[in-house]
Design a protein around this ligand. Structure first.
Ligand SMILES: NC(=O)c1ccc[n+]([C@@H]2O[C@H](COP(=O)([O-])OP(=O)(O)OC[C@H]3O[C@@H](n4cnc5c(N)ncnc54)[C@H](O)[C@@H]3O)[C@@H](O)[C@H]2O)c1
Length: 394
């Protein structure tokens, strides 16, 4: 199949995928690509054509383990392959823009991990490349996979249907603890030139995306504090080096609906492993979620008489709940990895239908603008900082 064929996906029964990076996200995305066609009826089937890494032996081993047909050691060679029609970017943020823009210019569809980029300027270039590619029939999507947790997809549907009434508050905490240990090495996630920011870009990007996605509203201004508690960490070759990103960020914001939002994201909350907690309070009720119990959604219906009202637990595992049609009988539960299968499913439908998959690169750019406003506010001692206007949606 030629590269030109990749821009006519509506007629293609198979879509060759090429993935860059094969560690944490590469493993999770591989599972999504492997599973999606076995769980869901698809208009186009993914073929795991090739995976790319920089170490020849390690990438060959990863290809075998994760189920990729071939291995490449240069992402440009991956992009040049005729059997790759969609490029899945699972590398640290410093290479997202270069790989994604080149892939779009080479006629490929693109899935890019979050945060979309390390800077607003990079994200703007990526969004512009996605718009140009869209005109040629290609699609681009950013990997905010938590949108595809069934309980959170249900929460969004319930909020959109008015079950919470007018939203007054959105409260998001994303808490991890892997940096409590001061001896944790100075890996790429702790270096600004590679990661862009720390807990903010890593965890805060998800928190901001979900707050906006669940409510259907955008943040207009933020007031923030960030902190780096451990400022020097061990280098792998000996000695120590400076941590150049935040360990934690705390910020408040205002949504364009008039609701207030608050966020706390940290990698030093001892005992909290991957506690992404979201609560939405509205005039008619409250919805609450915790990723550590991801099959459950709590709902308080404020229309109930006070004598009977209270939070009830919705087990989001019914076949008519979002994404559940292909999975297990009610109550058998899904996990973290299934969000990547759902992500692959939605992206493949968009490719086949020629529709814009969400979240788009424009959405990723808008989140990047929020993250930039948070950093600007924190540098200015919490001063209320406007979020630059979002790019027009495609
Ligand atoms: N959606 C989520 O829940 C989630 C979770 C974790 C990380 N992420 C995001 O995924 C991305 C990757 O994070 P990760 O945790 O998988 O990191 P990781 O360190 O586990 O893996 C990064 C991979 O990229 C490879 N790589 C780096 N530069 C490369 C290059 N120039 N060419 C080819 N390969 C290259 C590395 O060898 C490695 O295989 C980041 O953007 C991160 O923010 C998303």
């Amino acid at each position: 199949m030629s590269n030109d064929d990749s821009t006519a996906p509506a007629t293609a029964a198979r879509l060759g995928v090429g993935m860059v990076g094969y560690a944490f996200m590469g493993k999770a995305h591989s599972q999504g690509w492997r599973t999606v066609g076995r769980v869901f009826d698809l208009p186009v089937r993914p073929v795991m054509s090739a995976v790319c890494g920089r170490d020849p032996g390690a990438v060959r081993a990863a290809a075998g383990r994760l189920g990729w047909a071939a291995a490449e050691t240069d992402w440009r060679a991956l992009l040049a392959r005729d059997d790759v029609h969609l490029v899945d970017v699972c590398t640290p943020g410093d290479s997202h823009a270069e790989i994604a823009v080149a892939a779009l210019e080479a006629g490929k569809h693109v899935l890019c991990e979050k945060p979309l980029a390390n800077t607003v300027a990079e994200a703007e270039a990526m969004a512009a490349a996605a718009h140009a590619a869209r005109a040629r029939g290609q699609v681009a999507m950013v990997g905010f996979n938590y949108r595809r947790t069934p309980a959170l997809a249900l929460a969004r549907a319930m909020i959109a249907a008015g079950r919470a009434g007018t939203v007054r508050h959105v409260r998001v905490q994303y808490l991890q603890d892997w940096l409590v240990d001061p001896e944790h090495p100075l890996e790429w996630r702790l270096r600004r030139e590679l990661a862009g920011s720390g807990a903010l870009g890593d965890l805060g990007a998800h928190a901001v995306d979900l707050a906006q996605h669940l409510t259907g509203s955008l943040l207009t201004a933020v007031s923030a504090q960030t902190e780096t508690f451990v400022r020097e960490r061990p280098l792998s070759g000996g000695g120590t080096g400076p941590v150049t990103v935040d360990d934690a960020a705390v910020f408040t914001g205002r949504l364009d609906s008039g609701a207030l939002a608050s966020f706390e994201v940290t990698r030093v909350a001892a005992g909290r492993k991957n506690a992404l907690r979201i609560e939405v309070n509205g005039t008619l009720g409250t919805l609450a979620f915790d990723l550590e119990r991801l099959n459950e959604l709590e709902f308080h219906d404020h229309a109930q008489p006070g004598s009977e009202a209270g939070f009830r637990r919705i087990l989001a595992t019914e076949h008519d709940h979002p994404y559940l049609e292909g999975w297990w009988p009610p109550g058998h539960g899904l996990g973290y990895e299934h969000t990547f299968t759902h992500q692959a499913r939605d992206l493949l439908h968009a490719v086949a239908d020629g529709t814009q998959p969400l979240p788009s690169f424009d959405d990723g750019l808008q989140v990047q603008r929020v993250l930039a406003a948070v950093e600007e506010s924190a540098a200015g001692n919490c001063v209320l900082t406007p979020v630059a206007a979002p790019a027009p949606t495609s």
